[in-house]
Design a protein around this ligand. Structure first.
Ligand SMILES: Nc1nc2c(ncn2[C@@H]2O[C@H](COP(=O)(O)OP(=O)(O)OP(=O)(O)O)[C@@H](O)[C@H]2O)c(=O)[nH]1
Ligand SMILES: [Mg+2]
Length: 423
């Protein structure tokens, strides 16, 4: 397992950024700082090196690396965090120079996920992601050793520790993948069970820290963990939500996304991300107060595309409007993103409008009906209760009067009972 940044609480570290002149460089460093604190570390030194490209052996050049290493030793820091992915060689060289843990952004994200994973599914997925990340590094870093001992008999007792480790890791990856197949089957069965109910599923998606769990808790009166930390939520939670008019929907809160989400994470978290992929509606929350809100929308869309969920119906929600002190900005965003809904999940402002929007979408799936059934057709009453929502029955002398919401697909089988449909 990759060494975790947090072996004890609040480790102190240095953040090193390679500035290649990108326009969002400052913001991306801020995000890295947030990631470090989400992992339980605290950045007490921040250093920047301006270079158009990283240098092969030391990423930031040997001179700067020596300079930063001295500060690191003087301040007794326990980790150094780099803003880009390091090659195995850079990692080893920097490690020798700094004499403490050297981490890159990917490792840090994997580390946070490892800390957050509580369910068996989450734990299996993160272990797989970590091993997939580790494997090529182990190989490339140590090939010189395998070559030294190469030749006849290298597969037998004379094989290097590396090869033993590598084989063990491969075996573990294989086992994890098999176990995850089982997890996926369980999720599939749970989803099938949900599909027996006639209510669609809406999934809250968005950049990490956008306020998904806050909204989820407000709407479903749940107590999912809400924190001003990145990736507070890892495992999905699903609850049934009932609208005042009787319509119902399954609402699911799940893991947030981030720019440059490590490839292995997306690959490994397929079981979790399946909830997004299989949802009928996506509610995409954006932190309206974030300076890079629009970039974050693009990043979320990229992940949705990667997992094959971009073509689903999406309601775009600008959250945290209580933190936006310019009406002009909210109005501009309303114009630029027609159909979006501004809300504050924290104060509840605008949440009613969001519910109206979701109900409008539901109406495209279901219609309000009323009909009169013969007294002996209680089988149909039972079916309507099973398949519909907000079903009201009224036993009169001339028959059973029923109204409520049903999926479009049911209308044809009820035509013989003079069904009337609204909207
Ligand atoms: N001011 C304000 N803060 C909010 C609002 N919604 C959420 N927050 C805060 O934003 C932070 C993140 O909220 P979460 O609900 O945990 O965000 P999330 O999208 O679930 O985050 P992850 O699970 O980490 O992806 C918390 O500190 C919330 O209190 C809002 O409408 N206004
Ligand atoms: Mg959350």
């Amino acid at each position: 397992m990759i060494s975790a940044i947090v072996e004890k609480k609040q480790e102190r570290g240095m953040l090193v950024g390679l500035d290649r002149g990108e326009k969002d460089f400052e913001e991306s460093l801020k995000e890295l700082d947030q990631l470090a604190s989400s992992a339980g570390g605290v950045i007490i030194e921040k250093h920047i090196q301006k270079l158009p490209f990283p240098t092969a052996p030391y990423f930031i050049g040997k001179g700067k690396a020596l300079e930063f290493a001295a500060i690191c030793k003087q301040k007794e820091l326990s980790f150094v965090l780099f803003n880009e992915e390091l090659s195995p060689i850079q990692c080893r060289n920097l490690n020798t120079l700094f004499g403490c843990k050297v981490l890159d952004r990917t490792q840090l994200i994997l580390d946070i996920f490892a800390q957050r994973a509580k369910t068996r599914e989450g734990k299996l997925q993160i272990e797989l992601a970590q091993l997939l990340y580790l494997l090529p590094r182990l190989t490339r870093l140590w090939t010189h050793l395998s070559r030294q001992t190469g030749g006849i008999g290298t597969r037998g007792p004379g094989e290097t520790q590396l090869e033993v480790d590598r084989r063990r890791i491969q075996e573990r990856i294989h086992r994890l993948k098999k176990e995850l197949e089982e997890v996926k089957k369980t999720r599939f069965i749970q989803r099938k069970r949900r599909q027996k109910f006639p209510w669609p599923t809406a999934c809250l998606v968005g950049y990490t820290n956008a306020g998904k769990s806050t909204l989820f808790n407000r709407l479903t009166h749940s107590h999912v963990l809400v924190e001003d930390k990145l990736f507070a939520t890892l495992d999905p939670t699903i609850r049934l939500f009932e609208f005042s008019g009787g319509q119902k929907i399954f609402l699911s809160d799940t893991v947030g996304f981030i720019q440059k989400l490590p490839y292995h994470l997306i690959e490994s978290f397929k079981a979790t991300l399946e909830e997004v992929k299989e949802a009928d509606l996506l509610i995409h929350l954006v932190d309206a107060s974030h300076p890079l809100a629009e970039n974050q929308i693009n990043e979320v869309n990229k992940v949705l595309e990667q997992i094959g969920a971009i073509n689903k119906p999406i309601i775009l929600v600008w959250n945290k409007i209580d933190l936006v002190h310019s009406d002009g900005l909210v109005n501009r965003r309303m114009e630029e993103y027609p159909g979006c809904v501004p809300i504050s999940a924290a104060t509840g402002e605008g949440c009613e409008n969001l519910l109206v929007k979701i109900e409008e979408w539901l109406k495209t799936k279901r219609r309000f009906f009323s009909l009169k059934l013969p007294m002996d057709r209680t089988d149909i009453v039972a079916k309507l209760h099973r398949m519909g929502s907000g079903i009201v029955t009224n036993y009169q002398s001339d028959g059973i009067w029923v109204n409520g919401w049903i999926p479009h697909s049911m209308f044809s089988s009820l035509e013989q009972f003079n069904i009337t449909v609204e909207g």
